[in-house]
Design a protein around this ligand. Structure first.
Ligand SMILES: Cc1cc2nc3c(=O)[nH]c(=O)nc-3n(C[C@H](O)[C@H](O)[C@H](O)COP(=O)(O)O)c2cc1C
Length: 347
């Protein structure tokens, strides 16, 4: 679907092609969302389970974006998105938040179809002008959710994606065209598709549009932005990594290392590969890995550990192309301009 049909009316400040920052929990706060939306992208704030803190983030964004909001057809709508990790989240409290702050987009992820339907219906009552986007990782999930919820966009997360994701996933190269065909066969091809996973520049963006997406979401690329709230040591590890398929790995061990994993079994996550992962992949028992890690961190051996050994540093396979700090607004403009040039040169 063309950018114009997909987003021009619902997100009127956004320029073509749509570029959004992923609502990265623990990393994407108001500074990043504001910078991305100001640059004509869709800025998003990541999931927080502290609703008071999240409400403050949204209020700061509202205060700081007043000038942009006053130019929009509905100046009450906050021109940013908010991410919800749905499983385990208290629906009613979130609806109060949406009723108050009216985000342009509510991004839902990590839940089954019936729960997503309940959330979609509730959001449409609480904040009727908020768009509901759902992130999914398979053709079946995309079809089920499209039929049950008819969201305003489906975000298709490919297996290259950094952060939590869908364990049995394909890359966007096959996922997007197959979802496109499947939705058309079921006569629901009117839902815009947004690509996520492994896209870090204009080349990836142009490719995603060619595959059938109406816009793209980037997480890993925005880890390089000073507006993303991560420790510099994390950002430096991202800059140092190269050869993304080798430097990162998908596994559930990244959620298991500090205790029981509360994530449902269908989800894992992609992180910078580390010594914990290497031990897990070679068959070591998780309790033994935990004891080893604690003794290494507390003993003289801690010098042998890198920052990514001691924590789970979420990053996607595009990490090898993310090498320098760049302001979030410049990332949006550079990627957008480069994508347009590449599309033009292909034509
Ligand atoms: C640090 C980090 C945190 C993330 N947190 C979330 C999250 O809270 N909710 C969510 O739906 N996706 C989350 N994701 C996944 C993104 O939504 C998106 O699918 C992914 O970043 C796209 O792949 P890329 O990192 O290669 O750009 C996260 C990704 C990263 C890198």
């Amino acid at each position: 679907m063309s950018f114009y049909n997909a987003f021009k009316k619902s997100l009127p400040w956004v320029q073509s092609p749509l570029i959004a920052n992923a609502p990265m929990s623990g990393a994407a706060f108001n500074e990043l969302a504001i910078a991305v939306s100001r640059a004509g992208g869709l800025g998003q704030i990541g999931f927080l389970d502290d609703m008071h803190e999240l409400s403050n983030e949204l209020q700061v964004a509202r205060d700081k974006l007043q000038d942009l909001m006053s130019t929009l057809p509905d100046p009450q709508i906050l021109p940013i998105g908010v991410g919800v990790i749905v499983f385990g989240s208290p629906k009613d409290a979130w609806m109060t938040l949406f009723r108050t702050h009216k985000p342009a987009v509510v991004w839902l992820s990590f839940a089954g179809t019936s729960e997503l339907r309940q959330w979609t219906e509730a959001i449409r009552q609480a904040s009727p002008k908020s768009q509901v986007w759902v992130q999914l990782g398979s053709v079946k999930a995309a079809l089920d959710v499209a039929q049950a919820c008819h969201p305003d966009a489906l975000v298709l997360q490919g297996s290259d994606a950094g952060g939590h994701g869908h364990q049995d996933g394909a890359s966007i190269v096959s996922l997007i065209p197959e979802v496109t065909d499947t939705l058309l066969q079921h006569e629901i091809g009117d839902i815009p598709l947004v690509a996520a996973g492994g896209i870090v520049d204009g080349r990836g963006t142009a490719a995603a549009l060619a595959l059938g997406a109406s816009g793209v979401v980037m997480g890993t690329r925005f880890l390089s932005a000073p507006e993303t709230r991560i420790p510099q040591i994390y950002r430096d590890a991202v800059f140092k990594a190269s050869d993304g398929g080798q430097a990162t790995a998908r596994s559930r061990v990244f959620d298991e290392i500090w205790g029981p994993n509360f994530w449902p079994a269908t989800y894992d996550g992609r992180c910078l590969r580390n010594k914990v992962y290497n031990r897990y992949a070679s068959g070591m028992d998780i309790n033994k890995i935990r004891s080893w890690l604690v003794s290494e961190m507390n003993g003289p051996g801690s010098k042998s550990l890198d920052v990514q050994d001691m924590g789970s540093l979420w990053a996607g396979t595009g990490v090898g192309m993310v090498n320098t700090m760049q302001k979030a607004g410049d990332i949006v403009r550079t990627v957008r301009d480069d994508a347009m040039k590449r599309i033009g040169s292909l034509a």
